[in-house]
Design a protein around this ligand. Structure first.
Ligand SMILES: C[S@@+](CC[C@H](N)C(=O)[O-])C[C@H]1O[C@@H](n2cnc3c(N)ncnc32)[C@H](O)[C@@H]1O
Length: 225
């Protein structure tokens, strides 16, 4: 019997300019559109206005898609890596959405976003980067208003090494080396749903739901209590 693949953490912040460029230029339209669609399906009664916090926003592709899907909201995107935020600032200007999306260099858990509390909290592909996963759940509790929708999507660690190799081949074969390497490391650093369940129990977010939504992604969602 082959043992399940252990988690191997990866570097937290994406501060390398070459890495940031490759990431910002990659096509994540499929998972990022799925992110927005699943948010809408999960919270069909959310009015779509107010201020939304995007934790670990990187080059802001998810913030941009979210802002276009919900034209009444404003978004604060936060990330600890300037190299990633630079790409986001350019993309926001190009799409003329500076009046609705603002980016801030914020390292979790030490620094804080500009508002004390938000009407919604979203995050894509941050959890597996964090040195301490509780930094994410603490941020959700601290910066989400009571009742605010919280929607987190992340990579799912494959059970076996062979599955990891298959996923890298399937989704990153034509990507630059640096991106293929990043994807490999990210899949190894990702959590399994049962590990996230323990994190949520520990954080007092037992009511949040976890669902596998593709061969490589899962979603954690709920309303801030
Ligand atoms: C894989 S990228 C995801 C970017 C974006 N959310 C997306 O889906 O395209 C992860 C981002 O989280 C940021 N990050 C990792 N640890 C962080 C921390 N402790 N505080 C703030 N940002 C962090 C990294 O710098 C990187 O930009």
């Amino acid at each position: 019997m082959t043992l399940p693949m252990e988690r191997v953490p990866e570097i937290e912040l994406m501060t390398d300019k070459v890495q940031a460029r490759a990431y910002a230029l990659a096509d994540f339209s499929e998972p990022h559109e799925q992110f927005v669609r699943l948010f809408r399906e999960t919270f069909p009664h959310w009015p779509g206005d107010g201020h939304v916090l995007d934790l670990g926003c990187g080059p802001a592709d998810v913030s941009l898609r979210f802002a276009k899907a919900f034209p009444k909201c404003c978004i604060d995107g936060v990330d600890g890596a300037e190299a990633m935020l630079e790409w986001g600032i350019t993309a926001i200007k190009q799409q003329n959405l500076q009046h609705r999306i603002r980016l801030w260099q914020v390292y979790l858990p030490d620094a804080e976003p500009p508002l004390a509390q938000y009407d919604g909290v979203i995050s894509n592909s941050l959890l597996h980067h964090l040195r301490n996963p509780q930094s994410l759940w603490e941020a959700v509790i601290r910066f989400g208003k009571p009742g605010a929708p919280v929607f987190i999507m992340d990579l799912l660690r494959p059970r076996q090494r062979a599955q990891l190799d298959t996923l890298v081949k399937q989704y990153a074969a034509d990507e630059p080396d640096i991106l293929r390497r990043d994807f490999y490391h990210s899949l190894r650093a990702a959590y399994r749903p049962e590990e996230v369940r323990e994190q949520l129990d520990q954080a007092g977010l037992r009511h949040f739901q976890i669902g596998i939504v593709s061969d490589r992604h899962f979603v954690i969602a709920g309303c801030r209590g």
